[in-house]
Design a protein around this ligand. Sequence first.
Ligand code: ADP
Length: 546
Amino acid sequence: DFDCPPAMENHLRLLRHYFGHTSFRPMQWKIIHSVLEGQDNCVVMATGYGKSLCYQYPAVYSQGGIAIVISPLISLMEDQVTALRVANIEACLLGSAQKEKSTVLGDLMSGKYKLLYITPEYATAATEVLDKLHLKVGISLIAIDEAHCVSQWGHDFRPSFRQLGGLRTHFSEVPFIAMTATATPVVKKDIISSLRLKNPAITCSSFDRPNLYLEVFMKSSSVEKDLTKILGNHDGQTVSDGAIIIYCPTRSSTELVARKVQDMGLSCAAYHAGMTNVQRTQAHQQFVHDQVQVVVATVAFGMGIDKPDVRRIIHYGAPKDIESYYQEIGRAGRDGLPSICQVFYAQKDFIVSRSFLKTIKNPKFLEHRQEMINKMSRYLNITSCRRRNLIAHFEGKDKPDIGGRERCCDNCTKKLQRKTETSYGIKNEEEKMDYGPEAKLLFEAIQATGENFGIMVPVYLIRGSANQKLPERYKTNPIYGKGKDKKEDWWKALARVLVCEKYLVEKPIGEMGGYKSHSKQQFYITVLSSVAQEWLRKAKKDKDKV
Ligand code: ADP
């Protein structure tokens, strides 16, 4: 880039001296240079790329003045302040709960600190402190970490972030830098407009994390069996391969899984909102300091953990949505070494996520949340490259150069292992899958039952089931029992794949069951998409020709 001169020797000297790095990473220097020039910046960079340096370096480089860092998490800020102090950089944290506030304030106003960390609540409530600080010491820059929290289109909306736009107007000549590890194009736009960034330089790194291997399993009925599958070796002993986080959807499942992990002989701590602060801090510390190998937690755990060598992230139960998932697996392998991200799920896991949707009033927002859940479901059910699927969500395009590697995901591994491929004509993105005849049978069964039911009735028909839910008149249909060589679960799984790949559509038909229970349930019927109708017509025609 011609408008960004290379870093000079004095820049690198300071980098070595305070931060111990010999060079800047490519995008880091560009951002730092732009901040030093006084420009606003919006930075979207994958976890582990080194965002902190983008504001810490200018803070240290600027003669006089102090950098303000706004971040939602006290524990994360505490860790950063400690790390900076170890590196001989004066930094402090100020919030409503801080002790010794008056000494800190005195030191602040005397210009002792290079960086001040505050929460967004504090930033908006204590403008007079910031005004005074600006007058006495001079604010060199304002950095906003986890900036996606500003947007309700993101996965972690926090209303306190929306107030921060006022700060931008108030300190009109101070450069702002907004940073996040996860932002879709929509969220990025929202960050820029809500924070009122002025003509910002925008930097986006790739969302690919090449060192993470992605893998998905269906849950069995036994937690032990599932965990042994991935954590056990051939002799039934548990492998010990570094730090592991296991995410569970609820407190009770967290406790259950933690017990099972302990039974397997691994040292393990649980972490959820039902525990006291002291207990949670203890679990956190034990994990960070390798006193326990595994932490089994609800998603409450993690936003603030800075542990570079997490080797494995397991979701026992479907993750909430695609963006939360990306954020959660972002905690694996920050040191760049190979790490594994695994999900165990059942289709019914999504019932919980979907039930939360009922509380959303705004129809556009509802649709958005629904789409995030659907994308998660698609990720779990696809048979093509999971890495490509995940990244396409953030980068808004399908990058052909991602995926297909040996250490990419389970689907790519399977594909590489598959020597001969049978092709039957249902195109699954880039490859032809071999479930054509079964898909055809399922489509025919759905049509035969009038596209009037959920997936179970057509499956009963195919399997030749005696179930009462299959109306008697269908039991003489030629399809009846044609697919009984495969289990019910197999057919249900196929239907899932076909929904995800948009051959089948699940149409909501309103809430039922309200008359006898307080928990209303949404019901769906399964119908053929126009693509599937067309495919079926062609398949029949081809058969007639033969
Ligand atoms: P992020 O906030 O983007 O997740 P961090 O700021 O925590 O990333 O940095 C991730 C890791 O990369 C840290 O261990 C940090 O010391 C290291 N790092 C950052 N910049 C550099 C650099 N220029 N050279 C070498 N290591 C770096």
